[in-house]
Design a protein around this ligand. Structure first.
Ligand code: OOB
Length: 525
C-alpha cells in the first residue's frame, strides 16, 4: 500500500546484495525473546520501569491482542505522542505485532500539527499520556479527535495494561510494505509523512550498527525525543534492540537528570543536537559529581555542529565524537569512529552505505563536482515519495530525493553542510517552516505582511526572526503578543518567533519577490 516503489532494477539489486533481508521488526523481538542468552537481558529501562526481552515480548503479545480487540486492523494508522518512556517501545512493537502502522508524532506537537498529521495519515487512534511536563495532553488529543473523523480511539499510554487481552495470531507483515510513518522535518508547517518499509529501515539500522559499533553490550540512551528518526534509528533505540543491547530512556536531556541515568545504567552511547551538546560540554568542563565514564560515543546531529564546539566535546566528556547528518526521508551520513580527529570535528561525515548514491547540483539541477551545491540522493533506505503523493517536487524526475541541503564534498570524501535554501529555520535541530509561521502571522489582525528568516545564534545555530509590516503603523504588534497569538493557534512552542522586527517594507529581488537573502544580510548587519 501507499509506498512509492523503488524501480524494479534497484529493488532487485538491493535484495541480491542482501541489503533488504526480508526481516520484520516483529521478527527481531521474537528472535531475542526466544534466545536463551538474550531473553533475560534488559531490553528497555526508564526512570521507574525495566523490561527484559522476554518481558517485552510477552507484554507486546498482550497489548497487540488488546489493540486488535479494540478494532485496530492491519494497516490502520495509529498516531503516537509518547514521551521517552518504556511504554513507547511497548506500544510501537505491539503495533508492529498487530501489523498496524505507528505514526511518530512528538510530545511537543500541538493541535495544528496533530490535526494535520492525523488527517493526512487517516489515523484511527491516538496514543498519548494524560499529562506530560505540566501540559494536558488528554485535552489536546480530545480536541484533535473532535476535528478528525477517522480517529475512533484515544488510548492512554499510562494505562496500557487495561487493554491487555489473550494473545492471538496476527499473521506476519510483508517486509517490503509500509512499517510506519515518520515525520519530515521539512519546509511545510504540517510535517509530511514519510512511509518506511521493514526492509529499508531495518537495513539502515543494521548498517548503522556496523558503522557505529553497536553490539549486545551497547547501552543506548535516548536523550532526544525518541520518536525522532535520529534517536530512533541512527542507530538509536532500534539499533540497540536489533543488537540485543539495552535502551535507556531519560525523561529529560539536562545533565542533572540524564547523567543520573548514564551512571545508573552504564550508558555507552547517546545522540544530541548541538545546543544540548554545548550544555553537556560546558557542564562537564565545569566538573560534575556524576560518574559518566561509561560513555564511549556521543553523536551530534540534526543541525550543523560548529567546529569549535565539536573540538571540545571529546575531551570534555571523555568520548569519541561522531557527527551525524541525516534525514527522516532516508540518507544518513556518519563520521567514522576511526576518522582523523580533524575530519570528525569539521565534517558531517559520509553516507553510511556504499549503495547510497549522492550528487551535488546547482540551482538548474546541473551537477557540480564537489560543490557547494544542493545535495540529492537515492539509495536502499531513501524514500521515493511521500505518503499519498505529497511534496512531489522534492523528488527529481529520476526519483532522487532533493534534500534541499547545501553541501560541499571535501578532498577526503566527507560532506560539509553549508546551509539550505531560505524556506526553513533549523532551531538547534527543531525545524521551523518559514511558510507556516508566515501564514500564521498573516492571520494576526495587527499584521499586514510578514516574512520569517533565520538569524545566526551562538547557542541554537539559528533562531527565527519575523519581519512584520503592521496593519496600523501607530499600533504595531509586539513580540509577546505575537507569540501568544501563534501559541493559541495551536503551533508547537519551538515555532514561536524569537524576535519580531517591525518594518514599513521588505527588500525585494529584481523580480519583485521578497528577498530573504537581503533580509538576512540586514539582520547580520
Ligand atoms: C534529522 O532528520 P530531520 O528529518 O528532522 O531533518 C533533516 C534535516 C537535513 O536535511 C538537514 O537540513 C538537517 O536536518 N540536518 C543537519 C544535520 N543533521 C540534520 N544539518 C547540518 N548538520 C547535521 N549534522 O535531523 C536527522 C535524522 C537522522 C539522523 C540525524 C538527524
Amino acid at each position: 500500500m501507499k509506498v512509492a516503489p523503488w524501480s524494479p532494477e534497484l529493488a532487485e539489486q538491493y535484495r541480491a546484495l542482501g541489503l533488504w533481508s526480508g526481516e520484520t521488526f516483529d521478527d527481531v523481538l521474537r528472535a531475542w525473546a526466544g534466545d536463551a542468552d538474550i531473553a533475560s537481558h534488559t531490553a528497555v529501562v526508564d526512570v521507574d520501569r525495566r523490561l527484559s526481552y522476554a518481558e517485552l515480548h510477552e507484554r507486546v503479545d498482550l497489548l497487540a491482542a488488546g489493540l486488535a480487540a479494540l478494532g485496530i486492523r492491519p494497516d490502520d494508522r495509529v498516531l503516537l505522542q509518547i514521551p521517552n518512556r518504556v511504554a513507547f517501545v511497548e506500544t510501537v512493537f505491539a503495533l508492529f505485532r498487530a501489523r498496524a502502522v505507528p505514526v511518530f508524532g512528538l510530545p511537543a506537537h500541538r493541535e495544528a500539527e496533530l490535526v494535520g498529521i492525523a488527517r493526512s495519515a487517516g489515523a484511527v487512534a491516538i496514543v498519548a499520556p494524560r499529562a506530560h511536563e505540566g501540559f494536558d495532553h488528554r485535552a489536546l488529543v480530545e480536541a484533535v479527535a473532535g476535528q478528525v473523523d477517522s480517529v475512533r480511539h484515544l488510548i492512554d499510554v499510562d494505562d496500557l495494561d487495561s487493554l491487555f487481552a489473550e494473545p492471538i495470531e496476527h499473521g506476519r507483515a510483508d517486509p517490503s510494505e509500509l512499517a510506519f510513518l515518520q515525520l519530515s522535518g521539512g519546509s511545510t508547517g504540517i510535517p509530511k509523512l514519510i512511509p518506511r518499509t521493514h526492509d529499508d529501515y531495518l537495513y539502515s539500522v543494521r548498517r548503522s550498527n556496523e558503522v557505529c559499533g553497536v553490539t549486545g553490550d551497547t547501552v543506548f540512551m535516548a536523550t532526544l525525543p525518541v520518536a525522532h528518526n535520529f534517536p530512533m534509528s541512527s542507530p538509536g533505540i532500534l539499533g540497540a534492540l536489533y543488537a540485543g543491547g539495552t535502551v535507556a530512556l531519560t525523561a529529560s536531556p539536562t545533565p542533572s537528570v540524564a547523567w543520573e541515568m548514564v551512571q545508573r545504567e552504564g550508558v555507552t552511547m547517546t545522540g544530541l543536537v548541538p545546543p544540548l551538546a554545548r550544555l553537556w560540554t560546558e557542564t562537564a568542563e565545569r566538573g560534575t559529581e556524576f560518574d559518566i565514564s561509561s560513555l564511549e560515543t556521543i553523536q551530534v546531529g540534526g543541525a550543523r555542529c560548529p567546529d569549535e564546539l565539536a573540538r571540545r566535546i571529546g575531551p570534555a566528556l571523555g568520548v569519541t565524537l561522531q557527527q551525524v547528518f541525516g534525514m527522516a526521508e532516508g540518507l544518513v551520513c556518519y563520521t567514522r569512529l576511526d576518522d582523523p580527529i580533524e575530519e570528525i570535528c569539521t565534517t558531517q561525515g559520509r553516507p553510511m552505505s556504499d549503495a547510497d548514491q549522492v550528487r551535488i547540483v546547482d540551482e538548474a539541477g546541473e551537477p557540480v563536482s564537489s560543490g557547494p551545491g544542493f545535495l540529492e540522493t537515492q539509495g536502499p533506505y531513501t524514500i521515493r515519495g511521500y505518503w499519498a503523493g505529497a511534496g512531489a517536487d522534492s523528488f527529481a524526475p529520476d526519483g532522487w530525493y532533493r534534500t534541499g541541503d547545501v553541501v560541499e564534498l571535501n578532498e577526503h570524501g566527507n560532506l560539509v553542510v553549508r546551509g539550505r535554501g531560505g524556506d526553513r529555520v533549523n532551531r538547534g535541530g527543531e525545524k521551523v517552516s518559514a511558510e507556516q509561521l508566515e501564514e500564521q502571522l498573516l492571520e494576526h489582525p495587527g499584521v499586514r505582511d510578514a516574512v520569517v528568516v533565520a538569524v545566526a545564534d551562538q547557542y541554537l545555530g539559528e533562531r527565527t526572526c519575523a519581519y512584520v509590516i503592521p496593519a496600523d503603523p501607530q499600533e504595531p504588534p509586539n513580540l509577546a503578543g505575537i507569540r501568544r497569538f501563534v501559541r493559541e493557534a495551536g503551533l508547537a512552542e519551538w515555532k514561536l518567533p524569537d524576535t519580531v522586527k517591525v518594518v514599513d517594507g521588505f527588500p525585494e529581488t529584481g523580480v519583485g519577490k521578497v528577498s530573504r537573502k537581503k533580509l538576512r544580510a540586514l539582520l547580520a548587519g
